[in-house]
Design a protein around this ligand. Structure first.
Ligand SMILES: CC(C)(COP(=O)(O)OP(=O)(O)OC[C@H]1O[C@@H](n2cnc3c(N)ncnc32)[C@H](O)[C@@H]1OP(=O)(O)O)[C@@H](O)C(=O)NCCC(=O)NCCS
Length: 180
């Protein structure tokens, strides 16, 4: 009998410290970062946890940032397969192109459906834990995988804008979370 592996979103925690270290190394080997905004502290796990907590609690958040919660996607309680972020509100910049939700899947776990499942779990959390009834989610126009993930999870296309950072087109979608 086929049995789907258990995937859950958890707050980053010290029991998976070594696992997280392996994830950081895997991203770097691919020339990527598991979390670009926290790259300077990824080698200092305690500081990484501290900074995540600061953002989650919304205290001393740097100017221009909003409170956000970071989750790890953990498979069967042991393997980190991705990371997602829920911003608790939209700043003008997030409304323009960043959206409420950000995510990444660990390179060796891509193209197995985890991105689609992780996005669904992030939407659930956004409603149940953060009270967001409607979220904005965006992707670069050229990011086919992300576009498919958003559309498979009920994203309703609103518009395309030109990124103020990359100057490339970014697709903006809204998702209603309180319809079930
Ligand atoms: C985008 C990303 C999250 C996709 O994760 P994933 O686990 O590979 O996604 P899935 O396996 O659920 O695939 C989703 C869909 O995209 C397709 N897909 C996945 N990778 C693809 C690729 N490189 N090129 C084209 N299509 C791709 C899959 O076939 C699937 O299509 P389907 O639903 O029609 O079958 C992952 O590639 C990633 O972390 N990229 C770097 C960070 C990033 O781009 N984050 C999103 C920012 S908006």
């Amino acid at each position: 009998m086929m049995c789907e592996q258990r995937l859950e979103l958890v707050l980053p925690h010290a029991a998976l410290r070594d696992e997280f270290r392996a994830v950081v190394a895997e991203y770097r080997a691919e020339g990527e970062s598991v979390d670009r905004s926290l790259e300077p502290v990824l080698d200092d796990f305690d500081e990484y946890l501290r900074q995540i907590a600061v953002f989650r609690q919304g205290q001393r958040v740097p100017r221009g940032y909003v409170p956000q919660t970071t989750y790890w996607s953990v498979l069967d309680g042991t393997t980190i397969v991705g990371l997602g972020r829920i911003r608790h509100e939209l700043s003008p910049a997030l409304f323009y192109e960043g959206g409420h939700i950000g995510y990444t899947i660990r390179p060796s776990f891509r193209r197995k459906g985890f991105g689609t499942r992780q996005c669904a779990l992030l939407f659930e959390k956004a409603l149940t834990d953060h009270g967001l009834r409607k979220v904005l989610i965006t992707c670069n126009e050229e990011n086919t995988a992300s576009r498919r993930i958003i559309e498979a999870n009920g994203g309703v296309y609103e518009s395309t804008v030109i990124s103020r950072h990359s100057r490339k087109p970014v697709r903006r979608y809204w998702v209603r979370l309180d319809t079930a």
